[in-house]
Design a protein around this ligand. Structure first.
Ligand code: IMP
Length: 420
Protein backbone atom coordinates (compact mmCIF):
# COMPACT_ATOMS: atom_id res chain seq x y z
CA UNK A 1 0.00 0.00 0.00
CA UNK A 2 1.46 3.35 -0.88
CA UNK A 3 -1.05 5.77 0.70
CA UNK A 4 -2.93 4.87 3.85
CA UNK A 5 -5.08 6.93 6.24
CA UNK A 6 -5.18 5.96 9.91
CA UNK A 7 -8.21 7.55 11.53
CA UNK A 8 -9.77 7.74 14.96
CA UNK A 9 -13.32 6.41 14.66
CA UNK A 10 -15.01 7.37 17.94
CA UNK A 11 -14.34 10.36 20.26
CA UNK A 12 -10.56 10.40 19.90
CA UNK A 13 -7.86 8.81 22.07
CA UNK A 14 -8.12 5.49 20.23
CA UNK A 15 -4.30 5.05 20.33
CA UNK A 16 -3.89 6.12 16.69
CA UNK A 17 -0.24 7.09 17.20
CA UNK A 18 0.55 3.58 18.37
CA UNK A 19 -0.85 2.18 15.13
CA UNK A 20 0.92 4.85 13.02
CA UNK A 21 4.12 3.90 14.83
CA UNK A 22 3.50 0.18 14.30
CA UNK A 23 2.92 0.57 10.56
CA UNK A 24 5.24 3.55 10.20
CA UNK A 25 8.71 1.99 10.25
CA UNK A 26 8.69 1.73 6.48
CA UNK A 27 6.80 4.96 5.78
CA UNK A 28 8.53 7.64 3.76
CA UNK A 29 6.09 10.31 4.94
CA UNK A 30 3.69 10.74 7.86
CA UNK A 31 1.23 13.59 7.40
CA UNK A 32 -1.07 15.45 9.83
CA UNK A 33 -4.00 17.07 8.02
CA UNK A 34 -6.39 18.42 10.72
CA UNK A 35 -6.61 19.30 14.40
CA UNK A 36 -3.86 20.95 16.34
CA UNK A 37 -2.34 20.89 19.77
CA UNK A 38 -5.68 19.66 21.18
CA UNK A 39 -4.36 16.23 20.13
CA UNK A 40 -2.09 14.24 22.42
CA UNK A 41 -0.57 11.28 20.60
CA UNK A 42 1.46 8.95 22.81
CA UNK A 43 4.05 6.33 21.88
CA UNK A 44 5.96 4.17 24.37
CA UNK A 45 9.28 2.63 23.29
CA UNK A 46 11.27 0.59 25.83
CA UNK A 47 9.42 2.30 28.66
CA UNK A 48 10.17 5.83 27.34
CA UNK A 49 7.04 7.86 26.65
CA UNK A 50 6.83 10.36 23.76
CA UNK A 51 3.82 12.68 23.50
CA UNK A 52 3.07 14.55 20.27
CA UNK A 53 0.59 17.39 19.91
CA UNK A 54 1.22 18.90 16.47
CA UNK A 55 4.28 17.00 15.23
CA UNK A 56 3.39 13.83 13.26
CA UNK A 57 4.38 10.76 15.27
CA UNK A 58 6.44 9.48 12.29
CA UNK A 59 9.27 11.66 13.62
CA UNK A 60 10.12 8.55 15.70
CA UNK A 61 11.70 6.94 12.61
CA UNK A 62 14.83 8.75 11.35
CA UNK A 63 14.13 7.82 7.71
CA UNK A 64 10.60 9.27 7.72
CA UNK A 65 9.69 12.81 6.70
CA UNK A 66 6.87 14.51 8.59
CA UNK A 67 4.44 16.91 7.00
CA UNK A 68 1.93 19.26 8.62
CA UNK A 69 -0.77 20.04 6.07
CA UNK A 70 -2.71 23.29 5.73
CA UNK A 71 -5.77 21.84 7.52
CA UNK A 72 -3.89 21.77 10.83
CA UNK A 73 -4.13 24.71 13.25
CA UNK A 74 -0.67 25.46 14.63
CA UNK A 75 0.16 27.21 17.87
CA UNK A 76 3.58 28.55 16.79
CA UNK A 77 4.87 29.15 20.32
CA UNK A 78 3.69 25.71 21.49
CA UNK A 79 5.13 24.03 18.40
CA UNK A 80 8.57 25.52 19.00
CA UNK A 81 8.45 24.15 22.58
CA UNK A 82 7.30 20.75 21.31
CA UNK A 83 10.17 20.59 18.80
CA UNK A 84 12.70 21.60 21.50
CA UNK A 85 11.37 18.96 23.93
CA UNK A 86 11.43 16.21 21.33
CA UNK A 87 14.95 17.23 20.27
CA UNK A 88 15.97 16.96 23.93
CA UNK A 89 14.63 13.36 23.88
CA UNK A 90 16.98 12.59 20.99
CA UNK A 91 14.69 13.05 17.96
CA UNK A 92 15.94 15.01 14.94
CA UNK A 93 14.03 17.48 12.76
CA UNK A 94 16.55 18.82 10.26
CA UNK A 95 15.30 18.22 6.69
CA UNK A 96 12.55 16.02 8.13
CA UNK A 97 9.73 18.41 8.99
CA UNK A 98 7.68 20.44 6.48
CA UNK A 99 4.85 22.74 7.56
CA UNK A 100 2.51 24.15 4.96
CA UNK A 101 2.73 27.92 4.66
CA UNK A 102 -1.09 28.02 4.59
CA UNK A 103 -1.64 26.52 8.07
CA UNK A 104 -3.79 28.75 10.28
CA UNK A 105 -2.21 29.98 13.50
CA UNK A 106 -3.56 29.58 17.00
CA UNK A 107 -2.54 32.75 18.86
CA UNK A 108 -2.64 33.51 22.60
CA UNK A 109 -5.78 35.56 21.78
CA UNK A 110 -7.51 32.35 20.62
CA UNK A 111 -6.66 30.58 23.85
CA UNK A 112 -8.13 33.47 25.82
CA UNK A 113 -11.29 33.42 23.68
CA UNK A 114 -11.60 29.64 24.13
CA UNK A 115 -11.60 30.06 27.92
CA UNK A 116 -14.04 33.00 27.80
CA UNK A 117 -16.43 31.12 25.48
CA UNK A 118 -16.52 28.11 27.80
CA UNK A 119 -17.39 30.33 30.78
CA UNK A 120 -20.10 32.07 28.72
CA UNK A 121 -21.63 28.75 27.68
CA UNK A 122 -21.84 27.80 31.39
CA UNK A 123 -23.94 24.64 31.73
CA UNK A 124 -23.78 23.93 27.98
CA UNK A 125 -19.99 24.31 27.75
CA UNK A 126 -18.19 21.96 25.34
CA UNK A 127 -15.40 20.92 27.70
CA UNK A 128 -12.69 21.91 25.20
CA UNK A 129 -9.00 21.21 25.68
CA UNK A 130 -8.52 24.99 26.15
CA UNK A 131 -5.97 25.12 23.34
CA UNK A 132 -7.78 27.83 21.36
CA UNK A 133 -8.75 25.44 18.57
CA UNK A 134 -12.37 26.57 18.06
CA UNK A 135 -11.64 30.32 17.87
CA UNK A 136 -8.64 29.74 15.57
CA UNK A 137 -10.64 27.66 13.05
CA UNK A 138 -13.50 30.18 13.31
CA UNK A 139 -11.08 32.94 12.30
CA UNK A 140 -9.82 30.93 9.33
CA UNK A 141 -13.43 30.52 8.18
CA UNK A 142 -14.17 34.21 8.82
CA UNK A 143 -11.03 35.09 6.79
CA UNK A 144 -9.64 37.03 9.72
CA UNK A 145 -7.10 34.31 10.56
CA UNK A 146 -3.34 34.58 10.29
CA UNK A 147 -1.36 31.93 8.44
CA UNK A 148 2.17 30.66 8.97
CA UNK A 149 3.47 32.29 5.79
CA UNK A 150 2.32 35.70 7.11
CA UNK A 151 5.10 35.56 9.72
CA UNK A 152 7.62 36.19 6.95
CA UNK A 153 6.01 39.58 6.11
CA UNK A 154 6.21 41.77 9.26
CA UNK A 155 4.35 44.85 7.94
CA UNK A 156 1.51 42.69 6.58
CA UNK A 157 1.44 40.65 9.81
CA UNK A 158 1.15 43.82 11.91
CA UNK A 159 -1.81 44.99 9.85
CA UNK A 160 -3.52 41.56 10.07
CA UNK A 161 -3.02 41.45 13.84
CA UNK A 162 -4.59 44.90 14.26
CA UNK A 163 -7.57 43.82 12.13
CA UNK A 164 -7.93 40.52 14.02
CA UNK A 165 -8.02 42.18 17.43
CA UNK A 166 -10.48 44.82 16.14
CA UNK A 167 -12.71 42.05 14.71
CA UNK A 168 -12.91 40.50 18.18
CA UNK A 169 -13.41 43.89 19.86
CA UNK A 170 -10.14 43.41 21.77
CA UNK A 171 -7.79 46.28 22.47
CA UNK A 172 -4.25 46.03 21.17
CA UNK A 173 -2.16 49.04 22.14
CA UNK A 174 1.31 49.70 20.74
CA UNK A 175 3.05 47.86 23.60
CA UNK A 176 0.80 44.77 23.29
CA UNK A 177 1.28 44.71 19.50
CA UNK A 178 5.06 44.89 19.96
CA UNK A 179 4.88 41.96 22.38
CA UNK A 180 2.79 39.71 20.10
CA UNK A 181 5.02 40.64 17.14
CA UNK A 182 8.15 39.81 19.16
CA UNK A 183 6.76 36.39 20.19
CA UNK A 184 5.77 35.54 16.63
CA UNK A 185 9.09 36.72 15.17
CA UNK A 186 10.92 34.54 17.70
CA UNK A 187 8.85 31.51 16.68
CA UNK A 188 9.38 32.34 12.98
CA UNK A 189 13.17 32.17 13.44
CA UNK A 190 12.74 28.47 14.30
CA UNK A 191 9.81 27.59 12.02
CA UNK A 192 10.78 29.34 8.75
CA UNK A 193 13.14 26.59 7.69
CA UNK A 194 10.26 24.10 7.83
CA UNK A 195 7.75 26.32 5.99
CA UNK A 196 6.90 25.18 2.44
CA UNK A 197 4.13 23.89 0.20
CA UNK A 198 3.08 20.49 1.52
CA UNK A 199 0.89 19.68 -1.48
CA UNK A 200 3.91 19.97 -3.78
CA UNK A 201 5.95 17.66 -1.55
CA UNK A 202 3.07 15.15 -1.52
CA UNK A 203 2.52 15.34 -5.24
CA UNK A 204 6.18 14.48 -5.92
CA UNK A 205 6.09 11.79 -3.23
CA UNK A 206 3.05 10.17 -4.85
CA UNK A 207 4.62 10.18 -8.33
CA UNK A 208 7.77 8.57 -6.96
CA UNK A 209 5.70 5.76 -5.35
CA UNK A 210 6.58 6.78 -1.78
CA UNK A 211 4.76 5.17 1.14
CA UNK A 212 2.61 7.82 2.82
CA UNK A 213 0.64 7.58 6.07
CA UNK A 214 -2.01 10.18 6.91
CA UNK A 215 -2.33 10.44 10.68
CA UNK A 216 -5.78 11.52 11.85
CA UNK A 217 -6.36 13.43 15.08
CA UNK A 218 -9.45 13.28 17.32
CA UNK A 219 -12.17 10.98 15.92
CA UNK A 220 -15.28 10.73 13.74
CA UNK A 221 -17.69 11.51 16.59
CA UNK A 222 -15.76 14.75 17.18
CA UNK A 223 -15.99 15.81 13.50
CA UNK A 224 -17.43 19.31 13.44
CA UNK A 225 -20.18 18.29 11.00
CA UNK A 226 -20.62 14.52 11.39
CA UNK A 227 -19.92 14.19 15.10
CA UNK A 228 -22.12 14.69 18.15
CA UNK A 229 -22.63 18.40 17.37
CA UNK A 230 -22.28 20.80 19.14
CA UNK A 231 -20.04 18.71 21.43
CA UNK A 232 -17.34 18.33 18.79
CA UNK A 233 -14.02 19.80 17.79
CA UNK A 234 -13.70 22.47 15.10
CA UNK A 235 -12.04 20.50 12.31
CA UNK A 236 -13.39 17.76 10.08
CA UNK A 237 -11.89 14.46 11.12
CA UNK A 238 -13.32 11.99 8.59
CA UNK A 239 -11.40 10.58 5.64
CA UNK A 240 -12.40 13.38 3.26
CA UNK A 241 -10.44 15.81 5.44
CA UNK A 242 -7.24 14.23 4.09
CA UNK A 243 -7.68 16.06 0.79
CA UNK A 244 -8.86 19.37 2.23
CA UNK A 245 -6.16 19.41 4.86
CA UNK A 246 -3.14 18.29 2.85
CA UNK A 247 -3.83 18.78 -0.85
CA UNK A 248 -3.56 15.01 -1.43
CA UNK A 249 -6.99 13.91 -2.64
CA UNK A 250 -8.64 11.19 -0.51
CA UNK A 251 -9.44 9.51 -3.88
CA UNK A 252 -5.78 8.51 -4.08
CA UNK A 253 -5.74 6.59 -0.81
CA UNK A 254 -5.10 2.86 -1.16
CA UNK A 255 -6.37 1.99 2.29
CA UNK A 256 -8.35 3.51 5.13
CA UNK A 257 -7.72 1.95 8.53
CA UNK A 258 -10.10 2.91 11.34
CA UNK A 259 -8.82 2.79 14.90
CA UNK A 260 -11.25 1.74 17.64
CA UNK A 261 -10.64 0.96 21.27
CA UNK A 262 -12.12 -2.35 22.47
CA UNK A 263 -14.41 -0.13 24.58
CA UNK A 264 -15.26 3.58 24.19
CA UNK A 265 -14.00 6.71 25.93
CA UNK A 266 -14.73 10.40 25.63
CA UNK A 267 -13.38 13.51 27.31
CA UNK A 268 -15.33 16.72 27.60
CA UNK A 269 -19.08 17.17 27.66
CA UNK A 270 -21.75 15.75 25.36
CA UNK A 271 -23.87 12.66 24.82
CA UNK A 272 -22.38 9.23 25.39
CA UNK A 273 -25.10 6.57 25.02
CA UNK A 274 -23.10 3.61 26.37
CA UNK A 275 -21.41 5.44 29.25
CA UNK A 276 -20.74 3.32 32.35
CA UNK A 277 -20.48 4.65 35.90
CA UNK A 278 -19.25 2.97 39.06
CA UNK A 279 -16.69 0.21 39.74
CA UNK A 280 -16.51 -1.18 36.17
CA UNK A 281 -15.73 2.28 34.75
CA UNK A 282 -13.12 2.78 37.48
CA UNK A 283 -11.54 -0.58 36.68
CA UNK A 284 -11.29 0.17 32.95
CA UNK A 285 -10.04 3.73 33.56
CA UNK A 286 -7.29 2.40 35.82
CA UNK A 287 -6.33 -0.54 33.61
CA UNK A 288 -6.36 1.56 30.44
CA UNK A 289 -4.78 4.62 32.09
CA UNK A 290 -7.67 6.64 30.71
CA UNK A 291 -6.52 10.16 31.50
CA UNK A 292 -6.10 12.78 28.74
CA UNK A 293 -2.54 13.19 27.39
CA UNK A 294 -3.17 16.89 26.71
CA UNK A 295 -5.22 17.93 29.75
CA UNK A 296 -4.85 15.03 32.23
CA UNK A 297 -8.66 14.89 32.58
CA UNK A 298 -10.14 11.47 33.52
CA UNK A 299 -11.82 10.04 30.43
CA UNK A 300 -15.44 8.90 30.53
CA UNK A 301 -15.79 5.15 29.87
CA UNK A 302 -18.43 3.17 27.96
CA UNK A 303 -19.28 -0.15 26.35
CA UNK A 304 -18.38 -0.65 22.68
CA UNK A 305 -21.03 1.06 20.56
CA UNK A 306 -21.53 -0.78 17.28
CA UNK A 307 -24.20 1.69 16.08
CA UNK A 308 -21.69 4.53 16.17
CA UNK A 309 -18.98 2.15 14.99
CA UNK A 310 -20.93 1.16 11.87
CA UNK A 311 -21.74 4.84 11.19
CA UNK A 312 -18.07 5.69 11.42
CA UNK A 313 -17.08 2.73 9.24
CA UNK A 314 -19.49 3.89 6.54
CA UNK A 315 -18.54 7.57 6.62
CA UNK A 316 -14.85 6.74 6.41
CA UNK A 317 -15.20 3.87 3.89
CA UNK A 318 -13.04 1.73 6.15
CA UNK A 319 -11.05 -1.14 4.67
CA UNK A 320 -9.95 -2.41 8.04
CA UNK A 321 -10.10 -1.93 11.78
CA UNK A 322 -7.22 -1.57 14.23
CA UNK A 323 -8.62 -2.69 17.59
CA UNK A 324 -6.63 -1.29 20.51
CA UNK A 325 -6.50 -1.82 24.28
CA UNK A 326 -8.10 -5.26 24.03
CA UNK A 327 -5.98 -6.34 27.03
CA UNK A 328 -7.84 -3.84 29.25
CA UNK A 329 -11.00 -5.99 29.06
CA UNK A 330 -9.31 -9.08 30.59
CA UNK A 331 -11.01 -10.09 33.84
CA UNK A 332 -14.44 -8.58 33.05
CA UNK A 333 -17.03 -11.33 33.37
CA UNK A 334 -19.74 -9.96 31.09
CA UNK A 335 -19.05 -7.73 28.11
CA UNK A 336 -21.67 -5.67 26.33
CA UNK A 337 -21.83 -4.28 22.81
CA UNK A 338 -24.51 -1.76 21.86
CA UNK A 339 -26.38 -2.94 18.75
CA UNK A 340 -29.28 -0.47 18.57
CA UNK A 341 -30.97 2.43 20.31
CA UNK A 342 -34.54 2.76 21.51
CA UNK A 343 -36.12 6.17 20.98
CA UNK A 344 -39.82 6.82 21.72
CA UNK A 345 -40.96 3.28 20.91
CA UNK A 346 -38.76 3.03 17.79
CA UNK A 347 -35.53 1.11 17.31
CA UNK A 348 -32.69 3.04 15.65
CA UNK A 349 -29.70 1.43 13.98
CA UNK A 350 -28.11 4.74 13.03
CA UNK A 351 -27.33 7.65 15.38
CA UNK A 352 -29.93 10.43 15.71
CA UNK A 353 -28.88 13.76 14.22
CA UNK A 354 -30.39 16.01 16.87
CA UNK A 355 -28.62 16.44 20.21
CA UNK A 356 -31.92 16.33 22.15
CA UNK A 357 -32.64 12.86 20.71
CA UNK A 358 -29.06 11.78 21.36
CA UNK A 359 -29.66 12.43 25.06
CA UNK A 360 -32.89 10.43 25.12
CA UNK A 361 -31.86 7.23 23.37
CA UNK A 362 -31.56 4.00 25.33
CA UNK A 363 -28.89 1.57 24.16
CA UNK A 364 -29.81 -2.06 23.38
CA UNK A 365 -27.06 -4.50 24.20
CA UNK A 366 -25.68 -7.80 23.01
CA UNK A 367 -24.08 -9.62 25.98
CA UNK A 368 -20.94 -11.68 25.53
CA UNK A 369 -18.84 -13.69 27.96
CA UNK A 370 -15.50 -12.17 28.90
CA UNK A 371 -12.12 -13.84 29.50
CA UNK A 372 -9.85 -14.06 32.53
CA UNK A 373 -6.45 -14.49 30.90
CA UNK A 374 -3.79 -11.80 30.68
CA UNK A 375 -3.39 -11.31 26.90
CA UNK A 376 -0.55 -8.77 26.91
CA UNK A 377 1.88 -11.42 25.62
CA UNK A 378 -0.38 -12.67 22.78
CA UNK A 379 0.87 -12.00 19.22
CA UNK A 380 -1.73 -13.73 17.02
CA UNK A 381 -5.49 -13.98 16.81
CA UNK A 382 -5.36 -17.76 17.24
CA UNK A 383 -3.60 -17.37 20.61
CA UNK A 384 -6.30 -15.10 22.03
CA UNK A 385 -8.75 -16.78 24.46
CA UNK A 386 -11.81 -18.10 22.60
CA UNK A 387 -14.09 -15.43 24.15
CA UNK A 388 -11.74 -12.64 23.06
CA UNK A 389 -11.86 -14.00 19.50
CA UNK A 390 -15.67 -14.08 19.69
CA UNK A 391 -15.73 -10.46 20.94
CA UNK A 392 -13.43 -9.35 18.11
CA UNK A 393 -15.50 -11.21 15.50
CA UNK A 394 -18.73 -9.68 16.85
CA UNK A 395 -17.25 -6.22 16.20
CA UNK A 396 -16.22 -7.27 12.68
CA UNK A 397 -19.71 -8.62 11.94
CA UNK A 398 -21.54 -5.60 13.33
CA UNK A 399 -19.33 -3.07 11.54
CA UNK A 400 -18.93 -5.25 8.42
CA UNK A 401 -15.22 -4.48 8.37
CA UNK A 402 -12.37 -6.93 9.13
CA UNK A 403 -10.08 -6.40 12.12
CA UNK A 404 -6.59 -6.20 10.61
CA UNK A 405 -4.50 -5.04 13.58
CA UNK A 406 -4.85 -5.73 17.31
CA UNK A 407 -3.00 -4.04 20.15
CA UNK A 408 -2.68 -5.60 23.60
CA UNK A 409 -0.39 -3.22 25.51
CA UNK A 410 1.44 0.12 25.48
CA UNK A 411 4.75 -1.05 24.07
CA UNK A 412 5.61 -0.93 20.38
CA UNK A 413 5.87 -4.75 20.14
CA UNK A 414 2.50 -5.42 21.79
CA UNK A 415 0.65 -5.20 18.47
CA UNK A 416 -0.05 -7.83 15.81
CA UNK A 417 -1.59 -8.11 12.36
CA UNK A 418 -4.36 -10.46 11.28
CA UNK A 419 -4.27 -11.69 7.68
CA UNK A 420 -7.66 -11.26 6.06
P1 IMP B 1 -11.37 21.39 21.29
O1 IMP B 1 -10.93 20.56 20.14
O2 IMP B 1 -10.27 21.73 22.25
O3 IMP B 1 -12.15 22.60 20.86
O4 IMP B 1 -12.41 20.51 22.17
C1 IMP B 1 -13.69 20.12 21.65
C2 IMP B 1 -14.03 18.71 22.11
O5 IMP B 1 -13.15 17.78 21.48
C3 IMP B 1 -13.90 18.47 23.63
O6 IMP B 1 -14.86 17.53 24.02
C4 IMP B 1 -12.52 17.86 23.75
O7 IMP B 1 -12.38 17.08 24.92
C5 IMP B 1 -12.49 17.01 22.50
N1 IMP B 1 -11.12 16.74 22.00
C6 IMP B 1 -10.32 17.58 21.31
N2 IMP B 1 -9.16 16.98 21.00
C7 IMP B 1 -9.24 15.74 21.49
C8 IMP B 1 -8.37 14.61 21.45
O8 IMP B 1 -7.26 14.64 20.88
N3 IMP B 1 -8.81 13.48 22.06
C9 IMP B 1 -10.02 13.41 22.65
N4 IMP B 1 -10.88 14.42 22.70
C10 IMP B 1 -10.50 15.59 22.13
Amino acid sequence: MSAIAILGCMWGDEAKAKIVDYLGDTADYVVRFQGGSNAGHTIVVDGQKFVFHSVPSGIMYPGTKCLIGCGVAIDPLGLVKEIRNLEASGLTFTKRLCIDEKVGLVLPLHQELDAVNEVRLASSKIGTTGRGIGPAYADMTARTGIRLGDLGHPAYLKQRLKELYAYHGQSLDAAALREVMAQLQEAWKVLKKYCMSVENVLSEAYISGARIIFEGAQGTLLDRTWGSYPYVTSSNTIVDAVGIGSGFSARLLDEVLGVFKAYVTRVGEGPFPTEIHGPLAEQIRKQGNEFGSTTGRPRRIGHFDAVLGAYSARLNTLDGIALTLLDVLSGIEDLKICVGYKLGGKVLTTPPAHPLDFNKIEPMYLSLKGWEEDITGVRSKEDLPANAQIYLEAIEDLLEVPVKVVSVGKERDQTFKIDV
